[in-house]
Design a binder for this molecule. Sequence first.
Ligand code: FAD
Length: 307
Amino acid sequence: MPLSMCGFGGIKWYHPLRLKHLLDLKSCYPEAKLVVGNSEVGIETKFKNTQYQVLISVTHVPELNVLSVKENGLEIGASVRLAQLQQILRNVIAERDTDETSSCRAILEQLKWFAGKQIKNVASIAGNICTASPISDLNPLWMASGAKFQIIDCKGNIRTDPAKDFFLGYRKVNLAHNEILLSIFLPWTRPYEFVKEFKQAHRREDDIALVNAGMRAFLKEDNGNWIVSDVSVVYGGVAPVSLIASKTERFLMGKKWNKKLIQDTLQILKEDVPLAEDAPGGMVEFRKSLTLSFFFKFFSWVTHKMN
Ligand code: FAD
């Protein structure tokens, strides 16, 4: 049986050590709140007066703490802390072919500017994903990198959801009451596939983003030209949810990667990432210009890598 405690007002707190126990608890209490680092839930309960009658601490469930290097990518358990993720990313970047670790380097670089050490030591990957904050620094990168989320229900059935389909709206994700996030699968990148992170905040360190982004381009050679074979352009901080610039992605597909492309793409991007004059967060002109300058930087960075 999992460790349990009863607090003020009948609040129940459980600490399962096995996945089976966690799933049983979730089946008994579909509305229960899972907690890892408590850096989101703690703010909700302390400052927003939210009350949860049942809390399940999932820090010590082995299946949620998996960190496994597979042939085609990295499997990361949902409860893995951000500091642990940094460490495994450093290891795989040192050990594996550079072509394979473009996503890993982008995520590692983004984590440098993510909160402070104290938060990264306790905060989990699932906590960041499932909060689905529109300014999450990592969600645009999971989406751009083609990551897949493994989801398990109370009966033990597992399904897979691409990260790009998982975020449904403002702090709303594709999880039913009887489901939890089990793990994240991050595929290795291929030769000529480049992933890059972006974040602009008021302060460089330990600050939330005004706008952030994750971008990926996969280029293939054809008759001496580099052609866009696959692409992802995802922004945070410009909509209620991490936003895929789908028009821009469609426009880029199959195009030659050259100077003309950047001019045309910036025109499309302007329409594709709409920020109303009264958009929450303000500084609309500045944030709009960030979306364009991030893409311009990405274009220059990829071009430089190709030379
Ligand atoms: P918790 O508070 O424990 O849980 C958050 C949510 O995730 C809850 O709804 C919980 O039920 C759910 N959850 C947890 N595990 C699962 C699971 N397996 N399945 C389903 N649901 C699950 N965010 C950024 O993006 N960038 C920053 O720079 C940043 N800086 C921060 C600085 C501070 C000081 C603080 C307090 C927060 C910051 N955050 C930032 C936000 C936050 O820290 C992160 O989102 C963090 O990763 C949340 O993880 P956690 O384990 O603490 O979440």
